[in-house]
Design a protein around this ligand. Structure first.
Ligand code: TYD
Ligand code: MG
Length: 462
């Protein structure tokens, strides 16, 4: 019998019966790869199939009336690392599948090994399956992290069916699969890391996790542009997607939830990479403000929200006369288009002549901020650098800037103000809408402003 061949796009998962230079679905070039699925009965997948069968039992029970279904308050299992629990929404939910992405060397394996060791100590057997490192390599890292005696099993294996067999045999309380891209199923002939393989591995592990109610962590590689390698479908399959952020040159690492079926998104955990692994940073604001220059023009302190957590970060601007016809505008940590918009508002509504000036913006510490509340800090930093006047000491800001130059209110004003007061800031320039009397913290003057011009007058002397 002639075997059916399909060509699958490695970017989006679209299939085609013949090879094409460009994927008709997503437009990626040279992304189609030949894949030959083996008929599903091919023995090797038996363990996987049985795990699947167990899972589908629940699904075949037929529809049930909404009010007859009991509410199950899913208990959370602690990973033993406070900041990690926080990102997960208060601990890991039994039977959930969590994907952790991040650049190579950022600390994914380190964090998971630490979590595995804690979990094995407190809750039960952990299976750590790695396709990237040998048991000895993992053990030598464990020595560094101070992993002691615990029911922690290491498995250097890339074959999906073998991993599933071990899961069925060990019945662990937690599964970690270090890099889903290295896992391959015998059912497919395509190379590990290809879209078919990755999807199959994730799906089978999902069945195992849900069917046996075991929480599972998957490590995922990211591509050069920072998105998870392999199909976007992977993000749909799993319950929670976490991203590791941070620069290799900085010691701190940020773990962010971008999707979470069991908690708030954009929840943030902050860690520091030390000689003994990743240690949680209990007060990230202090970390991000640690090296702030005193009384320097172009530096503004922003009160932003990351998930449910208020965070103080420094926004820096440098405005310098352009020597070329086209002034350069560069933003790192905020959106470039947003910067262009804010510069236009400053030009038109606050009378700053920025036409012939290069403008550079940087959020200190490698943070990325995408909430509009950052607008006022950007505007303040640019104006401060342009006029070469420092912003008054002990002042923090937040607020959205509209096109008419108005300052608009933001969410969670009270939390932001409290964090600023706690960090020793004595003055906050905020939108008028965020000044309700109940929100005002002790020991911190709150100045409501309506327009950009007003804000700038309050921030610095001319
Ligand atoms: P790792 O967890 O292997 O990264 P990933 O799995 O995301 O690829 O992290 C490795 C990096 O962390 C490596 O550059 C060394 C550093 N590191 C420390 O600084 N201290 C430590 O205790 C450990 C275990 C690693
Ligand atoms: Mg690793």
């Amino acid at each position: 019998m002639k075997q059916r061949i399909v060509f699958t796009c490695q970017e989006c998962g679209a299939q085609s019966p013949k090879w094409l230079g460009r994927c008709p679905e997503c437009g990626a070039w040279n992304s189609l790869v030949e894949e030959r699925p083996v008929p599903a009965v091919a023995g090797a997948g038996a363990a996987a199939a049985s795990a699947g069968a167990r899972y589908s039992l629940a699904a075949t029970a037929g529809p049930r009336l909404y009010e007859e279904i009991d509410t199950v308050v899913s208990e959370r299992l602690s990973t033993g690392i406070g900041e990690f629990d926080r990102v997960l929404g208060g601990g890991v939910v039994p039977g959930s599948l969590v994907l952790i992405g991040g650049e190579p060397g950022i600390g994914k394996s380190t964090l998971l090994l630490q979590a595995a060791a804690h979990f094995a100590n407190s809750t039960g057997t952990v299976l750590y399956s790695s396709g990237e490192e040998s048991e000895h390599q993992i053990k030598s890292r464990g020595e560094r992290l101070g992993v002691g005696r615990a029911p922690l099993y290491l498995l250097a294996e890339t074959c999906l069916e073998r991993i599933l067999e071990e899961i069925a045999r060990l019945r662990p309380a937690l599964i970690i699969v270090d890099s889903v891209q290295t896992v391959f199923s015998l059912k497919f002939q395509s190379a590990p890391g290809s879209i078919g393989q990755v999807r199959e591995a994730a799906t089978q592990l999902l069945f195992a996790a849900k069917g046996q109610n075991i929480p599972t962590f998957l490590v995922g590689h990211v591509t050069k542009d920072g998105s998870l390698a392999g199909p976007k479908a992977l993000e749909h399959i799993v319950d929670t997607v976490l991203y590791f952020e941070g620069e290799k040159h900085h010691a701190h690492r940020v773990v962010r939830a971008v999707k979470n079926r069991f908690g708030a998104v954009s929840e943030l955990g902050v860690f520091e990479m030390t000689g003994k692994g990743l240690t949680p940073v209990p007060n990230p604001s202090a970390l991000f403000l640690a090296e702030r220059p005193a009384n320097a023009p172009g530096s503004a302190v922003l009160c932003c929200m990351e998930g449910s957590r208020p965070l103080l970060v420094e926004v820096q601007a440098l405005v310098s006369t352009s020597s070329f016809g086209n002034a350069r505008r560069m933003a790192s940590g905020i959106d470039q288009n947003r910067l262009s918009l804010l510069l236009a508002v400053l030009e038109k509504r606050a009378g700053l002549n920025l036409m012939g000036e290069d403008v550079f913006i940087n959020v200190a510490g490698g943070m990325t901020i995408d909430e509009p509340a950052a607008d006022l800090a950007v505007v303040a930093a640019v104006a401060s650098s342009m006029r070469n006047r420092p912003i008054q000491q002990g002042t923090a800001v937040f607020g959205e800037v509209g096109l008419a130059g108005e300052i608009r209110g933001t969410t969670q004003g009270a939390l932001r103000l409290r964090e600023a007061a706690q960090m020793g800031f004595t003055r906050c320039i905020v939108p008028e809408g965020n000044c309700s009397p109940d929100d005002l913290p002790d020991g911190c003057e709150v100045v409501p402003v309506k327009t950009v011009g007003e804000a700038l007058d309050q921030l610095m002397e001319w």
